[in-house]
Design a protein around this ligand. Structure first.
Ligand code: PLP
Length: 456
């Protein structure tokens, strides 16, 4: 046996083809591409799963010629919809290497080296958030999984402190109207409630409204509150909530404070924006997605707890066959989130961070911020477009003066088909508008000019 098995000998040569394809794909300036209907793909691809197999060469060719082209290139410099991603080559290639070894990242016993490396990366994340050295956590699949796991730990702590008095009481989360949809989803999964805090004109959650929302609750409902959630970089507008004011209040009344920085947390490493995050050090839990603005491939969310012991108590699974893992005081990533088996999805991020150094990360994030500022000027100067909000991070919200929602959608479809750009409409205070999210250091002001010109 030599490493991974391969049902037949042909597969060995195929591996080189796959590897060179991977490298080629990583290094090229990708076409934007676009989706196709299932019927179109079926017609072009035919049956792929057969009793004898179609062979690796054929499968790879179908992938490169048809299926890969039906996937929009997230790393294209004019993919500015949703939250794009722009992994470094070091991160992307190391993901390949980590998969080649099929490392189990759930326990120290099985994956100590990988877990050590992931924890190094988590320590850097904790340090840019000014969390104590004792902070720690785990990489999970994304912000949705990170928020859920953090809130499960928060609820566990609330019930534990109540010594049984709250075991059958529904919990309550305080979050803002502009919090990410995954907070509401976590509440549904956990069967608890959310009290929504009003936001200011920029969509920012501030301390006064947060306190008013909490104070306005009945005494019973106050006793149900187990977490305050603030967003460090709202997804739609890139606005950082008043972390200091909210965090200090949560601390004063001894309630868990969770900060969702899935998108914006990356800007903690940008000196020009660090002040926006003042107060993040009061967080009991914090997330940031390296697959968004920290140049790692999908899927990767860094989840950090100020006191990981609480998370461990909340999440550790016990079973006869697992007890061997808990005889020592090892750091088992499985114990810090809602999961058990896991790939070490923080490894690509760690490798790239170790390779390039943290300054390269600060510089790259700063570059996207400067491009965003230049983009704001381009939008302001053009006669047919209007900036809706001065950007705080790297999201630009703007309108094409005089357009209906249908015109926005038709334009979006057209520029995608033409391979020019991927930008989708969003809304702001009920008005349809456009949103650009800039996390790719390859995106330039010229790219934004091309998009603005195409709106004429
Ligand atoms: C993207 C995002 C999420 C969800 O993250 P996924 O990785 O897509 O699950 C949560 N919160 C915020 C603020 C986000 O921007």
């Amino acid at each position: 046996m030599t490493g991974m098995h391969s049902f037949d000998r042909r597969s060995k040569r195929l591996s080189w083809k796959i590897l060179s394809y991977a490298l080629w794909r990583m290094r090229r300036n990708p076409d934007l591409d676009h989706s196709e209907s299932e019927a179109t793909l079926r017609a072009r691809v035919g049956e792929t799963i057969t009793e004898d197999g179609i062979g690796g060469n054929k499968a790879l060719q179908l992938w490169t010629d048809v299926l890969a082209k039906a996937c929009i290139s997230v790393d294209h410099d004019r993919f500015l919809a949703y939250v794009p991603g722009a992994p470094t080559e070091a991160a992307g290639m190391f993901d390949v290497a980590a998969s080649a070894a099929n490392i189990y990242g759930g326990s120290w016993q099985e994956g100590a080296g990988a877990v050590f490396a992931e924890n190094e990366a988590l320590r850097w994340v904790a340090s840019i958030a000014s969390l104590p050295d004792t902070a720690g956590g785990v990489f999970v699949s994304g912000g949705t999984a990170g928020n859920l796991s953090a809130l499960i730990a928060a609820r566990w702590e609330w019930r534990y402190r109540a010594k049984g008095a709250m075991d059958t009481t529904r919990g309550l989360i305080i979050a803002s109207r502009t919090a990410h949809s995954s907070i509401g989803q976590a509440a549904r999964v956990m069967d608890c409630d959310v009290a929504l805090v009003d936001v200011d004109a920029r969509g920012r959650m501030n301390a006064a409204e947060t306190i008013a929302t909490y104070e306005g609750l009945s005494e019973f409902n106050k006793s149900r509150v187990f977490a305050f959630v603030a967003t460090a970089g709202t997804t739609n507008a890139g606005i950082v909530d008043d972390l200091k004011g909210i965090g200090e209040y949560a601390d004063a009344i001894d309630i868990w404070f969770h900060v969702d920085g899935a998108y914006g947390g990356a800007a903690l490493c940008a000196p020009t924006r660090r002040h926006l995050f003042d107060g993040i050090e009061t967080a009991d839990s914090f997330i940031v997605d390296p697959h968004k603005w920290l140049f790692a491939p999908f899927d990767s969310c860094a989840l950090v707890y100020k006191d990981p012991r609480i998370a461990r108590a909340a999440h550790t699974q016990h079973a006869e066959y697992l007890d061997a893992l808990h005889t020592k005081n090892d750091w088992n990533p499985s114990d810090y989130a809602h999961h058990l088996s896991r790939r070490p999805r923080g490894l690509p991020f760690w490798f790239s961070l170790a390779t390039h150094g943290t300054r390269a990360y600060s510089d790259a994030v700063e570059r996207t911020l400067r491009v965003t500022e230049a983009g704001a000027e381009i939008i302001t100067e053009a006669a047919h477009t209007e900036l809706i909000l001065e950007p705080e991070l790297s999201v630009l919200l703007f309108r094409r003066i005089g357009w209906t929602p249908e015109q926005y959608q038709q334009w979006s479809d057209r520029v995608l088909q033409e391979g020019l750009a991927f930008v989708v409409p969003t809304s702001w205070n009920g008005e349809t508008c456009l949103r650009l999210c800039i996390v790719n250091p390859e995106t330039s002001p010229h790219d934004i000019s091309l998009i603005v010109e195409s709106l004429q």
